[in-house]
Write a protein that binds this ligand. Structure first.
Ligand code: APR
Length: 240
């Protein structure tokens, strides 16, 4: 992708994290009642955990997938989809849920994978939509390899990182929503926007790493803050 191929609409890049889905009932990872308060990362979200006890790892992600199925997009997801009426919007999400897509966003890059897909352990190109199904030990790809969740575990590469960095480097507006910016390499993306880009953070607890001199900080829940920003941007776009 290059600037010469960009459409005439101004480019907005949204970096989203677990906080954007919190009001849909999906737990964030850190902080009080976070997912990592109740589970040890090393036991469910690493290649070593998979090697030691794949059944436990599958159980953990099967439960999380069930929660995603039951969740509905909230006002923040919906507002970001609506923003496409006036802007070229790319969502770069760390979330493995599909709530941005279900709200109607058309360009969503999942940095940490997608929980609704299974992937073969012997053929990385083999992705299988799960729909209503879980993954069990013994479920295999056509080549016979065990299926695993299509999520990025701690200690694994983040294959979508280069594409995400390219998108952020072309942003006219960068909007970060609901991420603690504690996990790298994803967190490094916020520093890649062009100097002239407008930068906004929506999070009830603005992460300390956010430079307040260059970011507009809106300390509100996503379902309140994002619709406010989207309304302002669409109004500005219409005034031009
Ligand atoms: N609206 C907006 N933000 C919220 C809300 C809300 N209603 N509730 C909580 N938050 C914010 C928190 O203040 C915090 O800054 O969401 C952020 C959640 O941070 P984390 O739990 O660390 O989630 P995230 O940044 O997405 O984690 C990154 O870590 O464990 C890995 O792979 C996992 O993708 C995840 C990555």
């Amino acid at each position: 992708m290059s600037l010469s191929s960009s459409p005439s609409l101004q480019r907005v890049v949204v970096i989203s994290g677990a906080g954007v889905s919190a009001e849909s009932g999906l737990k964030t990872f850190r902080g009080d009642d976070g997912l990592w308060e109740g589970h040890r990362v090393e036991e469910v979200a690493t290649p070593a955990a998979w090697a030691a006890d794949p059944a436990r790892v599958l159980r953990f992600y099967n439960e999380r997938r069930e929660q995603v199925r039951a969740a509905r997009p909230n006002a923040a997801h919906r507002a970001l989809a609506e923003l496409e009426q006036g802007y070229h919007v790319d969502i770069v999400t760390q979330n493995v849920d599909d709530l941005h897509e279900r709200a109607g966003s058309s360009r969503v890059l999942h940095l940490h994978g997608e929980i609704m897909l299974a992937r073969s352990t012997i053929d990385a190109g083999c992705l299988i939509p799960l729909g209503d199904r879980d993954i069990s030990l013994g479920d295999t790809c056509p080549l016979g390899g065990q299926l695993r969740p299509h999520v990025v575990w701690f200690g694994e590469e983040v294959p979508a990182m280069a594409a995400a960095a390219e998108l952020v480097s072309q942003a006219g507006i960068l909007l970060c929503v609901g991420t603690s910016l504690q996990v790298y390499p994803a967190a490094s993306l916020v520093f890649l926007a062009p100097d002239e880009a407008r930068r906004i953070v929506v999070d009830p607890h603005i992460p300390e790493v956010v430079p307040r001199t260059i970011f507009e900080c809106l300390a509100r829940p996503a379902s309140e803050g994002v619709p406010l920003i989207v309304e302002e941007l669409l109004r500005q776009g219409a005034d031009k």
